[in-house]
Design a protein around this ligand. Sequence first.
Ligand SMILES: [Cu+2]
Length: 385
Amino acid sequence: MLEGFNTSGSIIAEHIGFALEMNLWLSIVLFLSVVGPMLYLAWKYRADKVKDEDIENVTHHLLLEITWTTIPTIMMFTFFYYGYTSMVTARTMPPANESIIIAVEGKKWSWNHTYPANANGFVHKTAELYAPANKNVILEMTAPLNDVIHSYFVPAFRMKEDVVPGRITKQWFNANEGTYDIECAEYCGTSHAYMLSKINIIPQADYDAWISSQDSKPAAFATGASKGQELFESNGCNGCHSVTDDSILIGPSLMGIAKGKTAQYLKDAIINPNKDIADGFSAMMPATKMSDEDIAEVYSYIATAAVAKGAAIIESNGCMGCHTTDGTPSAGPSFKGMGTLDAGYIKDAILAPNKDIAEGFSPIMPATTMSDDEIAEVTKYLKAL
Ligand SMILES: [Cu+2]
């Protein structure tokens, strides 16, 4: 972690870095100018070298007193000057008409960024922040009323500010191209330490192209993930829910939800999450605003996420050349219904296919090399058919 930390990623980081270095070196000079003479004099006038009667009673020394008052005072005001000016830089928002204003919402436990509407009125929302290089960006930050206090911290920018329910706080940056970490710096509950995201500073042209499109991410960051998966991730659902296996994170696993629950149930769960709470879970899920179309995308993503890996493995190994998933036999039998076979049988059928051959099929299936993990994914997929 701490991506981009050791750089002058932003204007504020440069100012604060300079103030820090100035304080460090002036502190070293001040320390040595006090402790150095003290040690030297303690040694020079040690008890066995100096007789009491040789010691003069000096009442004052004007030049020395002026010197040791003036020089440290100037140094201390130097501290103050750079401390004050770097604070003013960090706390003075640039003019709004020369800046991009991005709304930030911090909720348990994810960050959401909402951008100004583009020319067609489309509003982008992302989990990771995207902004153009060398351009002022103002963050207007808040948290939902029923949430807790978070703190938006970008270590590489030396930038940190509380995000408070019902209040808008602001901070700004003007940064160089690169990827930088966002952390939550206010303890906000169970998954506080995982309330992480990233700031991606990209060329202005890439940013403009993305903002004028309806793409969920700038071209360089596109993953080929489905819309449902992107919504699931950009709304931070993956911070608390697994969809690819049945492990319980903060919230219950959503794997297989499509089998037992309707799309309407999922919609209620997103918009009014604390209406029905499964045993063993407390009412902690934040409500999320989502359109009906988006909920349908998320539903179909959840419905297929657990077996998407298995489906991809089957696809890439060419199994679909001879097998179908809809029950009709092709060169080989259909996969449909094979989910009732035990896992050991499926493994044998992949690695040593001609050991047991169903009636009516000749030993023509080639053996396929697959890891145990891959076989497990394929098995999961077959069971879901
Ligand atoms: Cu937090």
